[in-house]
Design a protein around this ligand. Structure first.
Ligand code: ADP
Ligand code: MG
Length: 393
C-alpha cells in the first residue's frame, strides 16, 4: 500500500472515533465524486453475527472466490475466517438527502442478492460511513479487452438479472456503468453498487412529458412535419447555439456522460427504468466494439452529436419530437440516415465480418439502444432474448 493511501486511511481512523476498534483498514479501493471506498477487515465479525443475519445466504459469495477460499480454509482450519467489508466514506459535500435516499433505497432492495447490501452505516458529526460486504471483482478496463462472446453473455446475464430485480421495485438506478457493477468472472456473478443517484419511478413532480400521452405519435408527426417546412432559423450558425437564451426545461439529468439515454438528453420529465437499459446497451457496445469509453462526450450537446452520427438526423428528430423537443443540426458530417449496429460494431472492432454469436449479441444491442424508450427492451424482455435462450456457439 502506497504511503499517501496509508496516510489517508490513518486520517479516517483518527477522525472517526471507534472505527479502528471494529475495522482494520486494508486498502483504498475506490475514489469517486461522492465517496472514497476502503477495503477493511471486520474485527467484530463473530461477535456481531446478528448484523450479518440478513446476509447469510448471500454472504458466502462475498468472501474470496470459492477455489481460493477452500485453500485458505484448509490451511487455517479452526482459525477464525476473516470477513472483509467495503467502507464507503461519503463526502461531507454530499447532500444529506442524497445519503438518506441511497440508504433508504438499499433498504428496500435488501432482498435482492444481486444488489450489494448495506450492513450498517455510521455517522459521526457530518461524516457518514456505509458498511458493505466486500465483493472481489476485476477492473472492467482490464477485462473488457479479453472478453469472448461467452464472457459477455455471463456478464450481461448477471447485470440484467440484477436490474430486473431493481426495476421490479420500480427503482431507476440512473448510473449504470462498469464501475457500478462489480463483476467477478470466476463466479460469473456481479453485484450492483452505488445507489446514490437512484430514484423511484414517477418521483418527478414536473408535468408529464409528451411521450406519456397516448396521442404523442400523432402529435410528433404534426410537429416534425411543421418543423421540416419551417425550420427554426433564429441564429442557428454552424454547430449549435452556444448562448441559448430560451428558458430551459428542468428534468433529472443525473448520470454519467456517455451512458445517458437519449430521453435524458432530451430532458424528458417522465423517465422510466428504460434509461438503465440504454446504459446496459452502451456497456454491450463497449464490449462488442472493444472500445472504452465508447462515447466520449464533454457535455450533453456533444453527446447528442455523437448519437446523431450513429442514428442520423431523421431518427434523432423523431426521438426529440417524442419528448416535445426539436432537434436541428447543420453539422455537415452528420447524415440523415445513420448506420446499422452491425456496421458500427465491425468498424469499431476493426473486423471484416461478425461471427454468428456476435451477430446475435448485436441484435440484442439494437433492442437495448432503441431511441424510443417505449420500444427499448426491458430487463425482463432482454433476459428472454435469443442471445441468452438460444445461444449460438
Ligand atoms: P461512488 O459514489 O464514489 O462512485 P461506489 O459505491 O460506486 O461510490 O464505489 C466506488 C468504487 O469502490 C467501486 O467502483 C468499486 O471499485 C469499489 N467498491 C464499492 N463497493 C464495493 C464493495 N462492496 N466491494 C468491493 N469494492 C467496492
Ligand atoms: Mg460509482
Amino acid at each position: 500500500v502506497d504511503e499517501s493511501v496509508r496516510e489517508d486511511m490513518k486520517k479516517l481512523e483518527n477522525t472517526f472515533p471507534g472505527i479502528s476498534d471494529r475495522f482494520r483498514l486494508v486498502n483504498r479501493i475506490g475514489e469517486g465524486t461522492f465517496s472514497t471506498v476502503y477495503k477493511a477487515e471486520d474485527l467484530h465479525y463473530d461477535a456481531h453475527k446478528n448484523d450479518w443475519d440478513v446476509l447469510t445466504s448471500a454472504q458466502d459469495s462475498y468472501t474470496e472466490p470459492p477455489s481460493k477460499r477452500r485453500r485458505v480454509e484448509g490451511e487455517q482450519a479452526g482459525r477464525k475466517k476473516a470477513k472483509y467489508v467495503a467502507l464507503k466514506k461519503i463526502y461531507v459535500t454530499s447532500s444529506p438527502l442524497r445519503i438518506q435516499n441511497e440508504l433508504e433505497l438499499l433498504h428496500d432492495l435488501r432482498g435482492c442478492s444481486s444488489v450489494c447490501p448495506l450492513i450498517t452505516a455510521f455517522r459521526y458529526q457530518d461524516q457518514v460511513v456505509a458498511v458493505l460486504p466486500y465483493f472481489p471483482h476485476t477492473d472492467f478496463r482490464i477485462q473488457y479487452r479479453t472478453f469472448m462472446v461467452a464472457d459477455m453473455r455471463h456478464y450481461l446475464l448477471s447485470l440484467l438479472t440484477a436490474l430486473n430485480a431493481v426495476h421490479d421495485h420500480e427503482i431507476l438506478h440512473r448510473d449504470i456503468k462498469p464501475t457500478n457493477f462489480l463483476y467477478n468472472p470466476e463466479l460469473k456473478q456481479g453485484v450492483l453498487v452505488d445507489f446514490g443517484l437512484a430514484e423511484r419511478q414517477g418521483s418527478e413532480y414536473a408535468s408529464p412529458c409528451l411521450c406519456t400521452h397516448q396521442s404523442y405519435a400523432r402529435r410528433s408527426r404534426i410537429l416534425s412535419s411543421y418543423f421540416s417546412k419551417n425550420p427554426p432559423t433564429n441564429g442557428l450558425s454552424a454547430g449549435y447555439p452556444k448562448n441559448d437564451s430560451r428558458p430551459s426545461r428542468r428534468a433529472n439529468r443525473a448520470g454519467t456522460r456517455g451512458f445517458r439515454a437519449p430521453e435524458v438528453l432530451f430532458k424528458c420529465t417522465s423517465q422510466t427504468t428504460k434509461i438503465d437499459m440504454w446504459s446496459v446497451g452502451v456497456i454491450l457496445l463497449t464490449l462488442l466494439g472493444r472500445r472504452f469509453p465508447f462515447f466520449n462526450s464533454a457535455d450533453d450537446i456533444d453527446a447528442m452529436i455523437e448519437m446523431s452520427s450513429i442514428f442520423g438526423t431523421r431518427r434523432m428528430k423523431a426521438a426529440a419530437a417524442m419528448h416535445g423537443q426539436i432537434f436541428e443540426t447543420n453539422i455537415p458530417t452528420i447524415g440523415e440516415k445513420g448506420y446499422s449496429w452491425e456496421k458500427l460494431v465491425k468498424w469499431s472492432s476493426c473486423v471484416e465480418d461478425l461471427t454468428e454469436s456476435e451477430l446475435q449479441a448485436t441484435r440484442l444491442l439494437s433492442g437495448l439502444m432503441d431511441l424510443d424508450p417505449s420500444k427499448r427492451l426491458s430487463a425482463e424482455e432482454a433476459l428472454q432474448h435469443e442471445f441468452f435462450t438460444d445461444p449460438v456457439h
